[in-house]
Design a protein around this ligand. Structure first.
Ligand SMILES: Cc1ncc(COP(=O)(O)O)c(C=O)c1O
Length: 415
């Protein structure tokens, strides 16, 4: 008998994800569809990697043009896209230099290596003693070092021995941070908004206080803007909300336009200049195809349009969510076009809500427990956003109606 793609995935793919049972085969803008013509509004946007929507014409054109020229040189040779990309991203970030990598986790690893090396060579911390302060409930990726300072048991268990040199403090608590800094501290690693934790917003002024403490103690402020950056919060970077520029930006996800993996760190010369040939690298990092798309992403960001859209759509997003608090939702947190939504656990898990949403033609993904995140492409129309929020209200009502029906399609949307 012929196996379906999902059966093949089950049989031969590692089970490290638990996808919502929807088979996406086509995408355009804020919408995706399956082979049977069912349409779904994308309220996840690949965890913000699709800030510009599916197959943005300018990004696809940049990728196609580069595919016809050259795709990979390795960093053993020069190519003509890297220099312009670095210069353009350096203007966008306001930093002197840029180091491109591929995945977000690699970007974070790069920043950690950079901070340690800066600590030894510039700050004068005795070799091997550097510490980095991280935040409770952080999410920075999946490498051994990164899961070493994760508080998420599932992400961390059975991957030891763990990398030492990290101290964790409560997110949003400037006093706890101040108390944790000592002469071995080289960096504070922080998400300007904790995305994976459920779109947790720090108190206003907290990021400025982190910035101030880092200056006072000669510690690098490292902002992981992989999810919060590139327009999502209504600003170019999440740190802009507090008017703060960190010492190191880490970017990823949307930097690759939803087409290629592309991450990077950006910092001034006194920090990024500590790296020397051979001391760090990646075969695919900064490859011509990725940075050609990245250049187009930077150009889109320079127009200010993605930031403006996220700012404008914040009000309708709030207006759709806040009335649901007390009517199935326990809490909502919104910044820009980004929301964390806590379902009343008595009604079900975040997974139950995501399955109910999928049956009504909207894709979203749960995070811990009964929380889901909403992060549609920034290109979504206000009408589509309202339609999706209406479907969310109806999906919550479905959960009030009793146990969700796992595979029933309540409502289908034909192309
Ligand atoms: C804030 C943050 N940092 C790092 C990562 C890891 O990125 P990647 O999955 O590309 O390694 C993520 C992914 O969700 C993230 O949200």
């Amino acid at each position: 008998m012929h196996s379906t793609p999902i059966q093949l995935e089950d049989a031969h793919g590692a089970h490290n994800y638990h996808p919502v049972p929807v088979m996406v085969s086509h995408g355009e803008g804020a919408w995706v569809s399956d082979d049977d013509g069912h349409r779904y509004l994308d309220f996840l946007a690949a965890y913000s990697a699709l800030n510009f929507g599916h197959r943005h014409p300018d990004l696809v054109a940049a990728a196609k043009a580069q595919l016809d020229r050259i795709t990979l040189t390795s960093r053993a040779f020069h190519h003509d896209q890297l220099g312009p990309f670095c210069a353009e991203l350096s203007t966008l970030t306001g930093k002197d230099m840029v180091l491109p990598m591929n995945s977000g986790a690699e970007g974070v690893e790069t920043a950690l290596k950079l901070a340690r090396r800066w600590g030894y060579e510039v700050k004068g911390v005795p070799d091997g003693r550097a510490t980095v302060i991280v935040m409770d409930d952080n999410f920075h990726g999946r490498t051994i070092s990164i899961v070493s300072f994760s508080g998420d048991h599932v992400a961390k268990a059975h991957y030891g021995p763990y990398t030492p040199g990290f101290v964790s403090v409560p997110y949003g608590d400037a006093q706890a941070l101040a108390a944790a800094i000592d002469e071995t501290t080289v960096a504070v690693l922080i998400e300007p908004v904790q995305g994976e934790a459920g779109v947790i917003l720090p108190p206003d002024g907290y990021l400025s206080e982190v910035r101030r403490l880092c200056v006072e103690h000669n510690v690098l402020m490292v902002a992981d803007e992989i999810q919060s950056g590139l327009g999502r919060t209504g600003w170019t970077f999440g740190c802009d909300h507090d008017g703060v520029s960190p010492d190191i930006y880490i970017l990823g996800k949307a930097l690759g336009g939803g087409i290629v993996p592309l991450s990077c760190v950006a910092a001034n010369r006194d920090v990024l200049g500590v790296l020397t040939p051979g001391s760090h690298g990646s075969t695919f990092g900064g490859n011509p195809l990725a940075v050609a798309v990245g250049r187009e992403v930077v150009r889109l960001m320079e127009t200010g349009e993605p930031q403006r859209r996220a700012r404008e759509l914040e009000a309708p997003l709030r207006a759709g969510l806040e009335p649901l608090v007390g009517h199935g939702l326990q809490a909502v947190r919104v910044r820009g076009l980004w929301a964390g939504v806590d379902l009343d656990p008595a009604l079900g898990t975040g997974r139950d809500l995501c399955e109910a949403l999928a049956r009504r033609g909207v894709l979203a993904k749960d995070t811990h427990g009964s929380t889901i995140r909403i992060s549609p492409p920034l290109t979504i129309s206000e009408d589509d956003l309202s339609w999706g929020l209406d479907r969310l209200a109806k999906s919550i009502a479905d959960l009030f109606g009793g146990a969700p029906r796992p595979n029933a399609v309540v409502e289908q949307h034909r192309m």
